[in-house]
Design a protein around this ligand. Structure first.
Ligand SMILES: Cc1ncc(COP(=O)(O)O)c(C=O)c1O
Length: 375
């Protein structure tokens, strides 16, 4: 018999919408860059296989890749080394084993709502109790300490954070990161920081949760950075004690991360950061287009996010986000209803601008039409 804990978990709302689209739909629902990895990175992948890197690798990941990642992370924590880095099968698996290792029955974990679809079910699967905290447009989608504190009990042992945020695009400024770390430290909470959009920042600097506080597990991925969501390489970085424990669970989870792919990611990190810059420049232009178009539509209010490739406008109409998304889908535009990211996402839509400017404009024409009809 299937345990209730598993039966109660629902299929992600993003996936449900995705299944309803056809090939003519303008897809502003995608959670992945509409680019391909650079050709020489694809060549590096092929070469890795031809050169015989097709067997099991180290559970912890390719040593040279761990070193390169650690080198990159020294900008946030100067003493980080490869011993602090574990290569994983995407951020999805990184977060899964981080929670599985550190959370036990009855422990409460705070997570952002609206927030990415992994947090609630993964906490439950680990035996923990997920407790949502709000991230609201009126606060630029940044968690507020008083609201976190209201939800903290003596069973709270961890908090999941996500900046730049999916679905909101919210990026935490330095002062907020510092305040949250201070509060977590005071209350001896584990920080699970989902930093998969770390390199997709359009203004200002990225602020990581990695630093002096030891109880941080930073989760990251190359999925978005190098437009390789299907290659399934991510990583986590944390202190050596946690890493050793998580490493054990990692082995029993996947044995090791995919071997040839890691060689290609290493090549990309060493040689093709220019690709990320170019992609970001394109995303920034598209962001400006979509934000302007959205704010021109009566009853729609959209912040200009500093990172990732999502906007999360609110709408002031008496219709649910799901109904509104269905009306758009009828006219050939796919976006994700805010409620797919938790009940407090109601009243919002998530648009991904990982699509051409032409399609973004066409999509906004559809939204304009639908809004005229319902208003
Ligand atoms: C915030 C966030 N975390 C994690 C993931 C999962 O990334 P990965 O492909 O590395 O598993 C995604 C993917 O959409 C995401 O948006």
């Amino acid at each position: 018999m299937i345990p209730k804990r598993i039966r109660d978990i629902e299929l992600s709302g993003i996936r449900k919408m995705f299944e309803m689209a056809d090939e003519n739909t303008i897809n502003l629902g995608l959670g992945q860059p509409d680019f391909q990895p650079p050709e020489d990175v694809i060549e590096a992948y092929k070469s890795a296989m031809v050169e015989g890197n097709n067997g099991y690798g180290s559970t912890y990941g390719l040593s040279s890749l761990r070193e390169e990642i650690a080198q990159h992370l020294t900008r946030y924590k100067s003493d980080i080394t490869k011993e602090n880095v574990l290569v994983t099968v995407g951020a999805t698996q990184a977060l899964k084993i981080a929670l599985e290792t550190t959370i036990h029955d009855g422990v409460e974990v705070l997570y952002p709502e609206p927030g990415f679809v992994l947090y609630e079910p993964q906490t439950k699967i680990s035996g923990g109790k997920p407790v949502p905290y709000p991230v609201e447009q009126k606060h630029d989608f940044i968690p507020q300490i008083d609201e976190l504190e209201e939800r903290r009990t003596d069973k709270t042992k961890g908090i999941i954070l996500n900046s730049p945020g999916n679905p909101t695009g919210g990026v935490f400024p330095k002062k907020d990161v510092e305040k949250i770390i201070e509060w977590a430290e005071e209350n001896e909470l584990m920080i699970f920081s989902d930093e998969v959009y770390e390199m997709m920042i359009y203004e200002g600097e990225y602020e990581s949760f990695l630093g002096d506080y030891e109880n941080v597990i930073a989760i990251n991925s190359f999925s978005k950075t190098f437009a390789m969501t299907g290659w399934r390489i991510g990583y986590l970085a944390t202190n050596k004690d946690w890493l050793e424990q998580i490493g054990k669970i990692h082995y029993y989870n996947v044995a090791c991360p995919p071997n040839p792919t890691q060689h290609a990611v290493l090549y990309a990190l060493k040689n093709r950061l220019d690709f990320v810059e170019e992609m970001n420049a394109r995303f920034k232009d598209r962001r400006d287009t979509i934000v302007e178009r959205l704010n021109d539509i009566p009853g729609i209010d959209c912040l200009k996010p500093r990172g990732a490739f999502y906007v999360f406008p609110s709408f002031d109409y008496d219709i649910s986000s799901k109904e509104l998304a269905m009306k758009m889908l009828d006219k050939g535009l796919l976006a994700t209803p805010g409620s797919a990211f938790g009940p407090t996402g109601e009243g919002h839509l998530r648009f991904s601008y990982a699509n051409s400017t032409e399609n973004i404009n066409k999509g906004m024409d559809v939204l304009e039409e639908v809004i005229k009809e319902i208003s």
